[in-house]
Design a protein around this ligand. Structure first.
Ligand code: AFP
Length: 340
């Protein structure tokens, strides 16, 4: 009989909850007041509540459209509204978040009674078109510090580069629910255990592989790409054993899912500009910046094709940007084609 390769997990390693992990991080910061820790816990609470709604969606009459369109001109799904409302309610509660900018709302939501100095940017439910067909979706968020001595925040307060994020993360509602998080030093992942009602540390100090062999792009847009993107796309599919070409193609159509796979396995995700979306399709503040912040913290790279995403100066709340993220080598190869 073949020897079993599985042995029971080391029970002594179980039990680092997200809350414990965040608290222990706070204890390492001299003078920390607990505000940031508490804010992060509220973001995690929203993720817990949203995962509950997502998991029961087919039973709770929350699938399908509301009949409205959002600021992006997209049809709003019932779960989009629920996720957005959950995020707002959760962040309003403790008064650490002074204002929130969301994909779902034309203008930021201001919390006038807040005393804390943080701003949150979020896509509360990314990948909406996948909701009704049970494909992975997620929540993306980023946290910026806000100097309260400057008076109440305005829309302008959000228009800062991704370098100024103090924290970014996403929660993927996939085959399991996983929350990935970074404050810039290391990326860590926590898996939701519904029986315990807790997120437990499951991916410690994630590093994006230096190079992968998977590419992720909406190939249906190829007629709209420019020649440089087409040349890169042809290159990635050319056979060449030395650098593992042709790459395998994977595309979910939820940024969270495509980014999560790319972060863990390596390779590249690209949403370049095309004739339909000349500025790119993805939103800078609450999709591209948090994703870029995570990839950089994990040793990967995030680019517009010619410059780091984190250096892009936002011109408006819902600005769009080309987004190329993944393994350092793979993103550099893409940039080389764009520079030719
Ligand atoms: P939806 O939330 O409208 O489904 O958009 C998802 C998204 O913003 C991002 O999550 C995907 O990576 C990208 O759009 C997919 O866009 P295409 O459908 O054009 O490939």
């Amino acid at each position: 009989m073949p020897k079993a390769s599985w042995s029971p997990p080391d029970i002594s390693q179980a039990g680092v909850t997200l809350e414990t992990f965040i608290l222990e991080g706070m204890f390492q910061v001299p003078g920390a007041t607990g505000t940031f820790t508490s804010l992060l816990n509220q973001v995690a609470l929203a993720a817990k509540l949203i995962t509950g709604r997502v998991r029961r969606a087919g039973l709770a009459d929350v699938l399908g459209f509301t009949g409205d369109t959002n600021i992006q001109g997209e049809n709003v799904q019932k779960l989009d509204v629920i996720a957005n409302g959950t995020m707002i309610a959760s962040l309003k509660r403790r008064g650490h978040c002074a204002a929130l900018a969301s994909e779902e709302l034309q203008n930021p939501v201001f919390f006038p009674h807040a005393t804390g100095g943080y701003l949150v940017v979020t896509d509360p439910l990314d990948g909406s078109s996948n909701i009704d067909v049970d494909i992975s979706i997620g929540t993306i968020f980023g946290i910026l510090r806000y100097d309260r001595t400057e008076g109440p925040p305005t829309e302008q307060s959000f228009l800062r580069t991704g370098r100024e994020l103090v924290c970014a993360g996403y929660c993927i509602y996939g085959s399991s629910t996983v929350l990935m998080l970074t404050t810039g030093r290391g990326v860590h992942g926590f898996t939701w255990d519904p029986s315990a009602g807790e997120f437990f540390l499951s991916h410690e100090n994630v590093r994006c592989p230096e190079k992968g062999n998977t590419y992720s792009i909406n190939e249906g847009n190829s007629a709209r790409w420019d020649d440089k993107v087409r040349r890169w796309n042809a290159f990635i599919k050319e056979p060449n054993k030395q650098d593992e070409r042709p790459y395998t193609h994977r595309y979910v159509g939820s940024l969270v899912a495509d980014a999560h796979r790319t972060l863990l396995r390596g390779g590249i995700f690209a949403y370049p500009p095309d004739t339909k979306s000349p500025e790119g399709k993805l939103r800078l503040l609450y999709e591209a910046n948090p994703t870029a912040f995570i990839f950089e913290a994990a040793g990967g790279k995030a680019s517009t094709g010619s410059a780091p995403i984190l250096d892009v100066e936002p011109t408006e709340l819902h600005a769009r940007v080309p987004l190329i993220v993944g393994s350092k080598t793979d993103v550099e190869t893409f940039e080389r084609f764009m520079a030719e």
